[in-house]
Design a binder for this molecule. Structure first.
Ligand code: HEC
Ligand code: HEC
Length: 279
């Protein structure tokens, strides 16, 4: 028994060392111009499918056949999805050709996936794949509109799609605007703020405690933000001012390298609440 356990421990140490060496030496080619090996591709694809099934299991879909929904979904699709996924008779934009995994043709997906699975992927995106999560950029209703449209994709001919494209009225700004700021509580929620920080590229410029991967120094580190007297050296550090800064830094300091990132009032309040916990 003791010998068997010892053999097992040694075998797993050898495996771990071999794996570590493989990673350290950079042997796996991460170039997007090279194919994944078949086992790696299978594993990534299978894990994605299982994960989507698991997390979408309890979602109740609304009614999706209403024509207005499908029409609005078409508008959102042609603006936010077609550049990567293409459409009947329409090739994706240049950027999509270099993505690996390559963005799926969604007519095929619409045949194989349930509407709740499609909804979940559109809302949440897929890590390490190039598929963005849209939760912070589209309202829940708009996401269902897109799903309603994707479900119809297999029925479209290139001619039919082109007809819709030429008939589509200019997109309705009102509906595509960021989530309406109705009923925003004045005190933000720090946990929700931390999650939102992960969705507005903050981590590409700042180091932020509690946010994995946020270790860049384009802007100042946000450690100890709660104790700072001023925001960016110009605004007294209050919650209200932080919300103003996060929503439109350029208005407060036109020379600042921090851009306005389209942060909604609600997300800004939540982020301000999180930043005020960093002491
Ligand atoms: C920047 C490129 C890009 C954009 C924009 C984009 N996607 Fe994706 N999408 C991807 C990639 C890459 C994948 C993952 C590869 C894969 O499995 O298809 C993916 C996967 C998916 C999947 C899972 C499909 C499958 O069969 O695996 C769905 C559904 C989807 N996207 C829908 C959408 C919708 C709807 C939009 C617009 C709101 C959208 N995507 C915008 C790149 C993009
Ligand atoms: C493109 C890079 C960039 C992005 C993206 C960015 N910032 Fe900034 N940020 C900066 C820079 C640069 C400054 C310094 C501003 C100045 O002094 O003019 C700054 C300043 C700040 C400050 C004030 C810091 C201090 O020491 O007073 C806070 C707070 C802040 N950013 C939070 C955020 C949050 C939250 C996000 C995401 C919503 C974000 N930033 C996205 C570059 C960025």
């Amino acid at each position: 028994m003791a010998i068997r356990i010892r053999t097992l421990i040694i075998a797993s140490l050898v495996a771990a060392a071999a794996g570590g060496t493989f990673v350290y030496l950079g042997i796996y080619n991460i170039a997007a111009t090279e194919q994944h090996t078949a086992p790696v591709y299978w594993l990534l694809d299978y894990a994605m499918r299982r994960s989507v099934k698991n997390f979408s299991a309890d979602i109740e879909p609304p009614a999706l056949s209403e024509e207005a929904r499908v029409r609005n979904g078409f508008r959102i699709y042609s603006e936010k999805c077609q550049q990567c996924h293409g459409a009947p008779g329409v090739a994706p934009d240049a950027l999509a050709f270099g993505l690996r995994p390559a963005p799926a043709n969604l007519a095929a997906t619409a045949r194989e996936w349930s509407v709740t699975e499609i909804y979940w992927v559109v809302r949440n995106g897929v890590k390490m794949s190039g598929m963005p999560g849209w939760e912070y950029r589209l309202t829940d209703d708009e996401i269902w509109d897109v799903v309603a449209f994707v479900r119809r994709l297999p029925a479209f001919s290139p001619k039919g799609y082109a007809e819709w494209a030429s008939a589509a009225p200019p997109r309705s700004e009102a509906r595509l605007a960021p989530a309406p700021d109705e009923a925003v509580p004045s005190a933000g929620n720090a946990e929700a703020g931390k999650r939102a920080i992960g969705q507005y590229l903050c981590a590409t410029c700042h180091s932020i405690p509690g946010v994995v991967g946020a270790s860049k120094h384009v802007g100042p580190p946000l450690e100890g933000m709660a104790n700072r007297k001023y925001i960016a050296g110009v605004l007294p550090n209050t919650q209200e001012n932080m919300v103003r800064w996060l929503r439109d830094p350029q208005r407060i300091d036109p020379r600042s390298a921090m851009p306005a990132l389209g942060v909604t009032e609600k997300d800004a309040r939540n982020m301000a609440a999180y930043l005020s916990t960093l002491d």
